[in-house]
Design a protein around this ligand. Structure first.
Ligand SMILES: [Zn+2]
Length: 213
């Protein structure tokens, strides 16, 4: 019986042992790649060869708080600010194929593992309110939420509106579809985001952004 958490070397060795002569894993056709929500046909699909372990995790943008965007002047309202108060900022992620893609982040420098408890409590409430606003849109079936944090060290949560009644787009393949969908016009994204921002003001104060231009 294993009593301690596994090392990445042991984890990696198990993955590598499952690859073929070219270092490729088989496509898991019995799993999601075989489901109807998987966006690609599997006959011509192959997985890229497994790369070796990196020596270390790379630094992310803003890893040093002094160089993070949050250390600079507050960004102007560029038509993408949905809502902000003294602690939080909700913005439109532009140029996407989904009805709405939003980014929620704290104004003070922190990542999720370093978030103070009172901020985390408010973060949870905000996520619930924003999710309700996304799912209230007539073009949205479900809100999806993601925290990656591989590119930037400053916490930024992604919230996606999965198009209503397009059942192929359900689940985690949504973002594989998103890349291939035609871009939603900026004015449409702004009109979709406006009621989400307006719903935040009564509970959390602050103000909605301009959402035009
Ligand atoms: Zn920061």
């Amino acid at each position: 019986m294993t009593s301690t958490p596994e090392s990445i070397e042991d984890y990696y060795a198990r993955v590598a042992a499952a690859t073929d002569d070219e270092g490729r894993l088989p496509v898991a056709v019995e799993e999601m790649p075989g489901w109807d929500i998987f966006p690609f046909e599997t006959e011509s699909l192959r997985i890229k060869p497994l790369q070796p372990l990196a020596d270390a995790e790379p630094d992310r943008r803003g890893e040093d708080p002094a160089t993070c965007d949050c250390a600079g002047p507050d960004s102007a309202d560029d038509g993408l600010l949905v809502w902000s108060n003294d602690r939080w900022r909700l913005t439109i992620v532009p140029d996407t194929g989904l009805p709405v893609v939003l980014s929620l982040g704290p104004k003070r420098h922190m990542d999720l593992p370093t978030m103070p408890a009172d901020w985390a409590a408010e973060f949870g409430r905000l996520i619930a309110t924003i999710s309700a606003g996304i799912e209230a849109l007539p073009s949205v079936g479900r809100a999806q939420i993601a925290k990656y944090g591989d590119g930037g060290a400053h916490l930024h949560l992604w919230l996606f509106g999965r198009p209503a009644r397009m059942l192929q787009l359900r689940g985690s393949p949504l973002l594989d579809w998103e890349e291939n969908l035609p871009r939603v016009p900026r004015a449409v994204a702004q009109a979709n985001a406006r009621p989400i921002g307006e719903a935040l003001v009564p509970a959390y104060g602050g103000a909605v952004g301009r959402l035009d231009g």
